[in-house]
Structures are given as C-alpha cells and as structure tokens.
Ligand binder design. Structure first.
Ligand code: BDR
Ligand code: CA
Length: 303
C-alpha cells in the first residue's frame, strides 16, 4: 500500500511513523508536515530526524504554518514537549525539505499514483484542505483518506467537545468533511481503546535497544501529560491507530455518517452528524489489545 503520512511529530506521530516503517505491506512514499503539536518548522525537522533515526529516506514536504484565517498559533508543548519529542531539548536538523509544499506534494503524488495512494492525516487537516483547494481531483485521485481526529460519541480531549487535530483547524476539517471522497475517521472513540502502559514501553526498550528505547524515552513526557489529566494507566497510540486502520480496517467497527464541524462558540471543533454531508466511515471502536500487541511486535522488529 502506497502511503503518505501528514503529520505534526509529536510523540504519538513518531510512533505512527515507526510503525508504518516496520510494516512490510506499507510503502511510505513521503511525509507532509503541518503545524499542530509543534510549529511547522519543528514538525518537518522532526519528521526528517525520525526518517534518519529509523534508517530510511523519503521526501518531507512542509505545509501549513497556521490554521485557516488565523495569524497566530500556540503549539501543544505541554503534551509533546518544547520540541515535540518529549523532553529532548534539541532535535538535530538532518537534510532538507523538498521544494514542493505539502499540498503540492500531496496533489502530485495522488495524480502520479492515481487510485493507489492512501493518505493518513494525523495532524490538523489544513494541508489536506489545501490539497483539495489546489486540485479538486485530489479527492478522487487518492484511494482513501484516513484521519486521526474527531470524537463521535466520545468526549473531546482538548475541550469537552473537541479532539485536538480537529480543534486546531476546525474550518479546514469542515472543508474536508464537506468533500465527497473516501474517508475513514479514526477518532477518540477508537484511539482511547489503545492504551500503552509504562510496562509496554519498557518491554519494547528491553527488546529493541535503539528504536524501542527511543520510543520509551519520548513516551515518558506523554505518559506524564496523560496522568496529569487523569488517564492513569497509559497513553493512547492515537496516530498509530490510524495507520492500522489503513491496513487492517477489519479490526475496527465503523458507522457510516455525514459529518460537519462546529465552527464557533464553546463547542468549536466538535464533529457532529449531518445527513446532508457525504458519508464518512467513522470508527466507533477497535480491538484495542490487538492494536497494542501489533504495535509492540512491530516496534520490537526494528531493533
Ligand atoms: C491527536 O492530537 C495530537 O496531539 C496527537 O499527535 C494526535 O494526532 C490526538 O488528539
Ligand atoms: Ca499527530
């Protein structure tokens, strides 16, 4: 499966990229970077660093630095650390971004691999909305868009109503959900069922002294954030769960629902059903223990 991950690394983004790299059925053809957990320049730098650490090379295209209509943005440093990689104080600058913007890269790859490209979007949906605006054929050229974002029956995680990726650019997310294209939404209803415990991280570190250890190190900050908001047992592998939905949809339960995003007021960023919108496959659950075990086995295989 040809895959592009649109990402804002981000601790769980790093886990998703590592998982995709470890899965032989995935051919990762590029990473596109968005603002979100970090400023976009940090996202693309972290993406390039992660490719180097994992030992592969793909184009990294930098995209949106701000949400639609905004002039300012504050990253989620309290969740992912000041540089997006937990308590790492500096992240090496390795290589350079491609000359294409994220939207240009997405549009070009979708046209080149017409009907074959899956895009897994695990950041605010600004780059995806930009790609749709740049080339309306993007929506039909791709095989599928799999989104980590939203909360259908579940509460939000950044407000009681909204999940972070949708909240950080509600307008862009609404453009995406208004577009007729094959979409799976892997929101908190599914991802909150995939908790990795400190013991899971420790086990991966013991068995895989390079990548497993790196993931254990960065996860400490993330686990601490989740503890601070009352999730005591572990941290959800949000973005990696979306990667699994690309390849193993049979492990998820979906409902077909049209969606819109609330664009103002207290509930801004909430994903709600709207029968006038094209149907999206909304994940309402996943076999959580399967996802955790699959993730661990694949990370361990990276050594
Ligand atoms: C999503 O928000 C980000 O903090 C994570 O990387 C994930 O993509 C979870 O709500
Ligand atoms: Ca993310």
């Amino acid at each position: 499966m040809k895959l592009i991950i649109d990402t804002d690394p981000g601790i769980d983004d790093a886990m998703a990229i590592a998982l995709a790299h470890a899965m032989p059925e995935i051919e990762l053809i590029g990473l596109t970077a968005c603002f979100g957990n970090t400023f976009v320049s940090q996202s693309s730098r972290n993406a390039r660093y992660l490719c180097d650490l994992l030992g592969f090379s793909v184009p990294v295209a930098e995209g949106a630095s701000l949400p639609y209509g905004e002039t300012d943005y504050t990253p989620s440093a309290n969740v992912h650390g000041p540089e997006g990689m937990g308590s790492m104080e500096t992240v090496p600058q390795i290589g350079t971004n491609t000359d294409l913007s994220a939207a240009e890269f997405l549009v070009a790859m979708a046209a080149l691999h017409k009907g074959e490209l899956t895009v897994c979007a695990v950041a605010p949906l600004t780059n995806i909305a930009d790609a749709i605006k740049l080339d309306p054929a993007f929506a039909t050229n791709i095989k599928e868009l799999v989104i980590m974002g939203g909360a259908y029956k579940h509460n939000g995680n950044i407000t009681p109503y909204a999940e972070a990726n949708i909240f950080h650019d509600a307008k862009a997310a609404d453009v995406v959900f208004a577009t007729k294209m094959p979409i799976k939404m892997i929101g908190l209803d599914a991802t909150m069922l995939t908790l990795l415990t400190p013991h899971d991280f420790h086990e991966m570190a013991q068995k895989a002294p390079k990548i497993g250890d790196f993931i254990e190190q960065i996860s400490k900050f993330y686990l601490e954030f989740y503890r601070s908001v009352g999730v005591m047992t572990g941290c959800p592998m949000h973005d990696a769960t979306a990667v699994l939905a690309c390849t193993h949809p049979e492990k998820f339960t979906f409902e077909d629902v049209g969606l819109r995003v609330i664009l103002e007021g207290e509930e801004i960023g909430q994903t709600v059903a709207d029968t006038s919108r094209p149907k999206v496959q909304v994940a309402i659950s996943v076999e959580g223990q399967w996802a955790v075990d699959y993730f661990k086995d694949h990370i361990v295989s990276l050594g």
